[in-house]
Ligand binder design. Sequence first.
Ligand code: PEP
Ligand code: MN
Length: 273
Amino acid sequence: MSLELSPLAFPGIEMKRPVIISGPCSAETEEQVMDTATQLSKKGIKIFRAGIWKPRTKPGGFEGIGVQGLPWLQRVKSELGMLTATEVATPKHVEAALGAGVDILWIGARTVANPFAMQELADSLRGADVPVLVKNPVNPDLELWIGGLERINGAGIKRLGVIHRGFSSYDKRLYRNLPMWHIPIELHRRYPNLPIFGDPSHIGGARELVAPLCQQAMDLGFDGLIIESHCNPDCAWSDAAQQVTPDILDYILNLLVIRETNQSTENLNELRK
Ligand code: PEP
Ligand code: MN
C-alpha cells in the first residue's frame, strides 16, 4: 500500500543530511534538561529530544517524569528556540504533548509492535498537524513496521518519518539491538520518500559504538540521526551506558564523512534546491 506523504519539513530547520535530533533518554530534572539543551544549542543542535514517559522493561525503574516535565520542554523551546520531540505511547500522552506544544512526536519500538496500541494512537492523532517518527518494532518484522506507518498515515498524518533503532535479540555480544540493515534498506526501497533516521544509541547500547553506527547510517543514505546526549551521562536515570555529552556528540558529528547519495528522499532533495 502506498503512503500519502508530504515533506518532513520541520519549521526553521534546514533539512540537510544529516538532520540531527539529540537530547537525553529521559527528562529527569529541570536543571538536567536546561543544562543539556543549552550545551546542545551552543553546538548548533536545533532539535531536542527527551523522553517524558519511559517504557521500561521491568517495573521499579524510572518510568519517566510525566507531565511535570512538559513545561521544561516549553522552556527549551521559548528560551533556546529549539524544536522539541518526545515519545508518545497512549492517547493521553498525545493529548498532553500536543497541549504543551511539543513539535515532533515519536512512537517507541514496543508500541509499534502492538497494532491495537498503534490504532489507538492513530485515532488520537486524527486532525493533528504534527510530524510523527515511527520507530521500528522491537521484533524484526518489516510488515508490522509498515502496518504501523499505514495506521498513522491513515489518520491523516502526512509528515511521517521512521527511526531505525535495531531489533531485540537474546544475542547481546556487541549490539544492544541488532541493526539488521537490510530491513531499513528494504523499507527505503519500497518507500523512497520516507525519511529515515538512524538511532545509534539504542542500536549500540554503548557510547563507543555511537560514532561507527552514525557513519554506517550515513553511508547507507539515511536522512538523519537521533542520538542520546546528557550533561552527565554516567548519572543518567535511564540508558546511562549509551549517552554521550554534548561535547562528545559534537566531536562525533564532526568526524562524520557525508557523501552525497544519488537516491536520497525526493522531498529532502526538493528542500535542498
Ligand atoms: C527512547 O528513544 O528513549 C526509547 C525508549 O527508544 P526505543 O523505543 O527505541 O526503545
Ligand atoms: Mn533511551
